[in-house]
Design a binder for this molecule. Structure first.
Ligand SMILES: [Fe+2]
Ligand SMILES: [Fe+2]
Length: 266
Protein backbone atom coordinates (compact mmCIF):
# COMPACT_ATOMS: atom_id res chain seq x y z
CA UNK A 1 0.00 0.00 0.00
CA UNK A 2 1.74 3.18 -1.08
CA UNK A 3 -0.79 5.96 -0.60
CA UNK A 4 0.54 8.99 1.32
CA UNK A 5 -0.22 8.88 5.02
CA UNK A 6 0.43 11.13 7.96
CA UNK A 7 0.84 10.11 11.56
CA UNK A 8 0.36 12.42 14.51
CA UNK A 9 2.30 11.30 17.57
CA UNK A 10 1.66 13.15 20.82
CA UNK A 11 4.25 13.21 23.62
CA UNK A 12 3.50 12.04 27.16
CA UNK A 13 0.11 13.33 28.32
CA UNK A 14 0.57 14.54 31.88
CA UNK A 15 -2.45 14.50 34.17
CA UNK A 16 -5.88 15.85 33.42
CA UNK A 17 -4.33 19.05 32.06
CA UNK A 18 -2.50 17.08 29.36
CA UNK A 19 -5.55 14.96 28.57
CA UNK A 20 -7.90 17.90 28.34
CA UNK A 21 -5.47 19.86 26.20
CA UNK A 22 -5.17 16.99 23.72
CA UNK A 23 -8.95 16.68 23.51
CA UNK A 24 -9.29 20.45 23.10
CA UNK A 25 -6.72 20.67 20.29
CA UNK A 26 -7.46 17.43 18.45
CA UNK A 27 -10.30 18.76 16.24
CA UNK A 28 -8.13 21.65 15.05
CA UNK A 29 -5.13 19.35 14.52
CA UNK A 30 -7.32 17.01 12.48
CA UNK A 31 -8.58 19.88 10.38
CA UNK A 32 -5.15 21.35 9.77
CA UNK A 33 -3.06 18.19 9.27
CA UNK A 34 -5.62 15.45 8.48
CA UNK A 35 -3.62 12.72 10.21
CA UNK A 36 -4.51 9.18 9.15
CA UNK A 37 -3.31 7.90 12.51
CA UNK A 38 -3.07 9.42 15.99
CA UNK A 39 -0.77 7.76 18.52
CA UNK A 40 -0.36 9.11 22.04
CA UNK A 41 2.00 8.30 24.89
CA UNK A 42 -0.26 7.98 27.93
CA UNK A 43 2.09 6.81 30.68
CA UNK A 44 1.46 9.94 32.81
CA UNK A 45 -2.19 10.40 31.94
CA UNK A 46 -3.63 9.45 35.36
CA UNK A 47 -2.64 12.09 37.90
CA UNK A 48 0.89 12.23 36.45
CA UNK A 49 1.77 8.52 36.76
CA UNK A 50 0.13 5.61 34.99
CA UNK A 51 -3.17 5.26 33.18
CA UNK A 52 -6.57 3.80 34.07
CA UNK A 53 -9.01 1.85 31.86
CA UNK A 54 -11.44 4.79 31.99
CA UNK A 55 -8.82 7.23 30.70
CA UNK A 56 -7.61 4.83 28.02
CA UNK A 57 -11.20 4.27 26.86
CA UNK A 58 -11.72 8.03 26.75
CA UNK A 59 -8.64 8.52 24.56
CA UNK A 60 -9.59 5.68 22.19
CA UNK A 61 -13.15 7.03 21.97
CA UNK A 62 -11.72 10.44 21.00
CA UNK A 63 -10.13 8.82 17.96
CA UNK A 64 -6.69 7.95 19.30
CA UNK A 65 -5.61 4.85 17.36
CA UNK A 66 -3.00 3.53 19.78
CA UNK A 67 -1.61 4.40 23.22
CA UNK A 68 2.01 3.80 24.20
CA UNK A 69 3.33 3.75 27.76
CA UNK A 70 6.69 3.49 29.51
CA UNK A 71 8.21 3.14 32.96
CA UNK A 72 4.92 4.24 34.60
CA UNK A 73 2.87 1.55 32.81
CA UNK A 74 2.01 -0.32 36.01
CA UNK A 75 1.43 2.55 38.43
CA UNK A 76 -2.34 1.93 38.45
CA UNK A 77 -3.22 -1.64 39.36
CA UNK A 78 -6.61 -1.49 37.63
CA UNK A 79 -4.91 -1.25 34.22
CA UNK A 80 -3.25 -4.70 34.41
CA UNK A 81 -6.13 -6.73 33.00
CA UNK A 82 -6.93 -4.00 30.47
CA UNK A 83 -3.36 -4.15 29.14
CA UNK A 84 -3.88 -7.83 28.33
CA UNK A 85 -7.32 -7.34 26.78
CA UNK A 86 -7.08 -4.09 24.82
CA UNK A 87 -5.00 -4.60 21.68
CA UNK A 88 -4.35 -0.89 21.10
CA UNK A 89 -2.57 -0.01 24.34
CA UNK A 90 1.10 -0.95 24.61
CA UNK A 91 3.65 -1.29 27.36
CA UNK A 92 7.33 -1.57 26.38
CA UNK A 93 7.92 -4.74 24.34
CA UNK A 94 11.17 -5.43 26.19
CA UNK A 95 9.57 -5.74 29.61
CA UNK A 96 9.51 -9.30 30.95
CA UNK A 97 7.16 -11.61 29.07
CA UNK A 98 5.35 -12.41 32.31
CA UNK A 99 4.42 -8.77 32.96
CA UNK A 100 0.91 -7.67 31.94
CA UNK A 101 0.28 -6.42 28.41
CA UNK A 102 2.07 -6.53 25.08
CA UNK A 103 4.53 -4.31 23.22
CA UNK A 104 3.28 -3.92 19.67
CA UNK A 105 0.02 -3.76 17.73
CA UNK A 106 -1.29 -3.03 14.24
CA UNK A 107 -3.99 -0.47 13.50
CA UNK A 108 -5.58 -0.07 10.09
CA UNK A 109 -7.12 2.91 8.31
CA UNK A 110 -8.47 2.82 4.74
CA UNK A 111 -6.34 -0.16 3.82
CA UNK A 112 -3.08 1.12 5.34
CA UNK A 113 -1.68 -0.86 8.26
CA UNK A 114 0.40 0.93 10.89
CA UNK A 115 2.47 -1.17 13.26
CA UNK A 116 3.16 0.56 16.57
CA UNK A 117 5.99 -0.61 18.81
CA UNK A 118 6.76 0.58 22.34
CA UNK A 119 10.28 0.08 23.72
CA UNK A 120 11.99 1.06 26.95
CA UNK A 121 15.61 2.09 27.18
CA UNK A 122 17.92 0.02 29.37
CA UNK A 123 20.16 2.84 30.63
CA UNK A 124 18.89 4.22 33.97
CA UNK A 125 15.55 2.46 33.40
CA UNK A 126 14.12 -0.81 34.60
CA UNK A 127 13.34 -3.02 31.60
CA UNK A 128 13.83 -6.76 31.93
CA UNK A 129 15.18 -7.38 28.44
CA UNK A 130 17.41 -5.52 25.95
CA UNK A 131 15.73 -2.88 23.78
CA UNK A 132 17.83 -3.42 20.65
CA UNK A 133 17.26 -7.17 20.33
CA UNK A 134 13.57 -6.69 21.08
CA UNK A 135 13.30 -3.97 18.42
CA UNK A 136 14.60 -6.48 15.86
CA UNK A 137 12.13 -9.11 17.06
CA UNK A 138 9.19 -6.70 16.90
CA UNK A 139 10.08 -5.55 13.37
CA UNK A 140 10.42 -9.16 12.32
CA UNK A 141 6.97 -9.94 13.71
CA UNK A 142 5.50 -6.93 11.87
CA UNK A 143 7.17 -7.60 8.53
CA UNK A 144 4.14 -9.10 6.78
CA UNK A 145 1.59 -7.38 8.97
CA UNK A 146 2.26 -3.64 8.56
CA UNK A 147 2.92 -1.08 5.81
CA UNK A 148 4.41 1.43 8.24
CA UNK A 149 5.98 1.05 11.65
CA UNK A 150 6.18 3.70 14.35
CA UNK A 151 8.48 3.01 17.30
CA UNK A 152 8.12 4.89 20.59
CA UNK A 153 11.54 4.57 22.23
CA UNK A 154 10.83 5.51 25.83
CA UNK A 155 14.26 6.21 27.29
CA UNK A 156 16.26 8.43 29.58
CA UNK A 157 19.58 8.56 27.73
CA UNK A 158 19.83 10.59 24.54
CA UNK A 159 22.65 8.29 23.37
CA UNK A 160 20.43 5.22 23.54
CA UNK A 161 17.66 6.95 21.59
CA UNK A 162 20.02 8.26 18.89
CA UNK A 163 21.49 4.75 18.60
CA UNK A 164 18.01 3.24 18.22
CA UNK A 165 17.30 5.70 15.40
CA UNK A 166 20.38 4.48 13.55
CA UNK A 167 19.67 0.85 14.39
CA UNK A 168 16.22 1.03 12.80
CA UNK A 169 16.99 3.50 10.00
CA UNK A 170 15.45 2.13 6.82
CA UNK A 171 13.44 -0.49 8.73
CA UNK A 172 10.88 1.69 10.53
CA UNK A 173 8.89 4.70 9.31
CA UNK A 174 9.55 6.60 12.55
CA UNK A 175 11.60 6.22 15.72
CA UNK A 176 10.33 8.75 18.22
CA UNK A 177 11.84 9.28 21.66
CA UNK A 178 9.74 9.92 24.75
CA UNK A 179 10.16 9.99 28.55
CA UNK A 180 12.30 13.07 29.26
CA UNK A 181 9.29 15.36 28.65
CA UNK A 182 11.49 18.01 27.00
CA UNK A 183 11.31 18.31 23.21
CA UNK A 184 14.66 18.12 21.48
CA UNK A 185 15.67 20.13 18.40
CA UNK A 186 16.91 17.25 16.24
CA UNK A 187 13.81 16.09 14.34
CA UNK A 188 14.86 14.89 10.89
CA UNK A 189 14.56 12.06 8.40
CA UNK A 190 17.64 9.82 8.61
CA UNK A 191 19.40 8.81 5.34
CA UNK A 192 17.64 5.43 5.18
CA UNK A 193 14.19 7.07 5.43
CA UNK A 194 13.32 6.82 9.11
CA UNK A 195 11.81 9.90 10.76
CA UNK A 196 13.58 10.50 14.04
CA UNK A 197 13.49 12.76 17.08
CA UNK A 198 15.28 12.18 20.39
CA UNK A 199 12.35 13.44 22.44
CA UNK A 200 8.90 14.52 21.32
CA UNK A 201 8.34 16.34 24.63
CA UNK A 202 5.23 16.25 26.81
CA UNK A 203 1.66 17.42 26.62
CA UNK A 204 1.19 19.07 29.96
CA UNK A 205 1.97 22.12 32.03
CA UNK A 206 5.23 23.76 31.09
CA UNK A 207 5.06 25.89 34.24
CA UNK A 208 6.07 22.88 36.34
CA UNK A 209 9.13 20.63 36.43
CA UNK A 210 8.58 18.11 33.60
CA UNK A 211 4.91 17.99 34.59
CA UNK A 212 5.17 18.19 38.39
CA UNK A 213 4.02 21.30 40.28
CA UNK A 214 7.19 23.33 40.56
CA UNK A 215 6.83 24.17 44.29
CA UNK A 216 6.70 20.44 45.06
CA UNK A 217 9.59 19.51 42.78
CA UNK A 218 11.68 22.34 44.23
CA UNK A 219 10.81 21.37 47.80
CA UNK A 220 12.02 17.82 47.13
CA UNK A 221 15.23 19.03 45.51
CA UNK A 222 15.98 21.72 48.10
CA UNK A 223 15.09 19.80 51.28
CA UNK A 224 16.12 16.34 50.02
CA UNK A 225 13.02 15.00 51.77
CA UNK A 226 10.18 12.91 50.29
CA UNK A 227 7.39 15.02 48.79
CA UNK A 228 4.10 13.84 47.30
CA UNK A 229 4.08 15.07 43.70
CA UNK A 230 1.03 16.50 41.96
CA UNK A 231 0.70 17.41 38.29
CA UNK A 232 1.36 21.03 37.35
CA UNK A 233 -1.41 23.05 35.70
CA UNK A 234 0.39 26.26 34.83
CA UNK A 235 1.01 27.05 31.13
CA UNK A 236 -0.08 23.88 29.29
CA UNK A 237 1.46 23.02 25.92
CA UNK A 238 0.96 20.20 23.48
CA UNK A 239 4.18 18.67 22.13
CA UNK A 240 3.82 16.35 19.16
CA UNK A 241 5.31 15.43 15.82
CA UNK A 242 3.67 14.89 12.47
CA UNK A 243 5.28 12.25 10.26
CA UNK A 244 4.42 12.11 6.56
CA UNK A 245 5.14 9.05 4.45
CA UNK A 246 4.30 8.02 0.89
CA UNK A 247 6.03 4.67 0.45
CA UNK A 248 6.13 1.76 2.92
CA UNK A 249 8.51 2.15 5.86
CA UNK A 250 9.86 5.43 4.45
CA UNK A 251 9.14 8.87 5.86
CA UNK A 252 9.06 11.98 3.68
CA UNK A 253 9.23 14.41 6.58
CA UNK A 254 8.83 15.04 10.27
CA UNK A 255 7.43 18.27 11.66
CA UNK A 256 7.41 19.27 15.32
CA UNK A 257 4.17 20.71 16.68
CA UNK A 258 4.75 22.70 19.87
CA UNK A 259 1.46 24.39 20.66
CA UNK A 260 0.33 26.44 23.66
CA UNK A 261 -3.16 25.96 25.07
CA UNK A 262 -5.77 28.02 23.24
CA UNK A 263 -7.01 31.22 24.87
CA UNK A 264 -9.60 30.47 27.52
CA UNK A 265 -8.38 26.89 28.13
CA UNK A 266 -8.71 25.86 31.76
FE1 LIG B 1 6.49 10.39 30.85
FE1 LIG C 1 8.63 7.76 31.41
Amino acid sequence: MSRAVSILFVGDLVGSTGRRLLLALLPELRERHAPDFVVVNGENAAGGAGITPKIADELLAAGVDAITLGNHAYRKREIYGYLDEQERILRPANFLRGQPGHGWCVVERDGVRLGVVNLSGNLYMRAGRPAFAEADAALHALRERADHVLVDMHAEATSEKVAMGWHLDGRATAVLGTHTHVATADARVLPGGTAYVTDVGMTGARGGVIGVRRELALEALVTQMPVRFEPAEDDPWLNAVLVRASSPLRADGIEQLLLPAPAGFR
